[in-house]
Design a protein around this ligand. Sequence first.
Ligand code: GRF
Length: 220
Amino acid sequence: MTKKRVGVLISGRGSNLQALIEAAKAPDYPAKLALVVSNVAGAQGLARADDAGIPTQVVDHKAFASRPGFEAVLDEALHGAGVDLLCNAGFMRLLTEDFVTRWLNRHLNIHPSLLPAFKGLNTHARVVEAGAKITGCTVHFVRAAMDDGPIVAQAAVPVAPDDTEDSLAARVLAAEHKLYPHALRLVASGDVRVEGEHVVGISRPEGENALFSPPLPGTL
Ligand code: GRF
């Protein structure tokens, strides 16, 4: 098996990066992390990559007058590391249409909601505010519009009546850490592909057909 070489873009904590690092340790995992790039110097995720022996690079967007200038250096770093697939993991920069087109259908993002609901920032606060009963997380292919693009995989997380932004964020994050390695495996192995603007090739999920919140009577 030829492993796909993955570049991970981060801006901060890097807990999703850590989940990918752990998953990629399995000999049968179809991806190898080749480079971690942060647009923020000192991001915690850089230390995680260092600890795992993965090359890192800081490309500070503030050092560039324009977005294309920043992206040219980013692209150069990714190509220099022979990256085949790109994963945003808490990467807090919007990318231009040009960059997105260059990496089209080879570029994933994780967002902490069931897209297309609750795009953008402060997701969990808005979910709690809306009184939503189920939220979750989504891994999708990147498009130029924020948090948009063909959906690879999602996990549903029930919202508890006493949830705060923080308690909900913690439970969704735990689901993210399982979902991202799963989604990257599907993409890197070639088991799924984009057709039109849908991801196809995924077999029917096993188990329960639906997650109910509140639970159906008799299921607790
Ligand atoms: C995650 O919740 C991710 O979904 C969102 O930003 C957060 C990044 O966390 N895009 P981490 O840096 O992976 O810990």
